[in-house]
Design a protein around this ligand. Structure first.
Ligand code: RB5
Length: 154
């Protein structure tokens, strides 16, 4: 797996009801930055099931190389578990600024998951910006990700 240096081409956003508010804050921030975004829902406060949105975002990201996904539920946990069931998805649950950087630098995550009930909007925005600004390091991390990819077929 080689270094990824190109800027992300597009961002796919998704949330359940518990993550909708933070998803919309992040979406507005990304739009203000001039990034290409697509909002795959949910769009209301009605209770919905997070796997449906994790699947939508993960399928779009995998089908659109160079794009990234942003998933928000109450904790970010359900979204990351569900998204990682899709072949080719590498979803990382962020819990601080360091994991926002390492998710990209070491894990080449193509999706980030965050907890709308757990983190403040300004933290989430900072972590999003760090993730977007970071480049995959490749090398030994590429070898490890090749091993991770092999697990998908096992
Ligand atoms: C919804 O209440 C909540 O369970 C969901 O948003 C998420 O936190 C699951 O991981």
């Amino acid at each position: 797996m080689s270094n990824v240096s190109a800027a992300p081409s597009r961002f796919y956003f998704g949330s359940d009801h518990a993550g909708r508010e933070l998803k919309e804050i992040l979406l507005a921030h990304a739009k203000n930055r001039g990034l290409a975004v697509e909002d795959l829902g949910t769009h209301t406060d009605a209770s919905v099931d997070y796997p449906d949105y994790a699947e939508k975002v993960a399928r779009e990201v995998v089908a659109d190389p160079g794009s990234l996904g942003v998933l928000v539920c109450g904790t970010g946990i359900g979204m990351s578990i569900a998204a990682n069931k899709i072949h080719g998805a590498r979803a990382a649950l962020l819990y601080n600024a360091s994991t926002a950087r390492l998710a990209r630098q070491h894990n080449n995550a193509n999706i980030i998951a965050m907890g709308g009930r757990e983190i403040a909007p300004d933290q989430a925005i900072t972590w999003f910006d760090i993730f977007v600004a970071t480049v995959f390091e490749g090398g030994r991390h590429g070898r490890r990700l090749e091993k991770v990819a092999r697990l998908e077929g096992s």
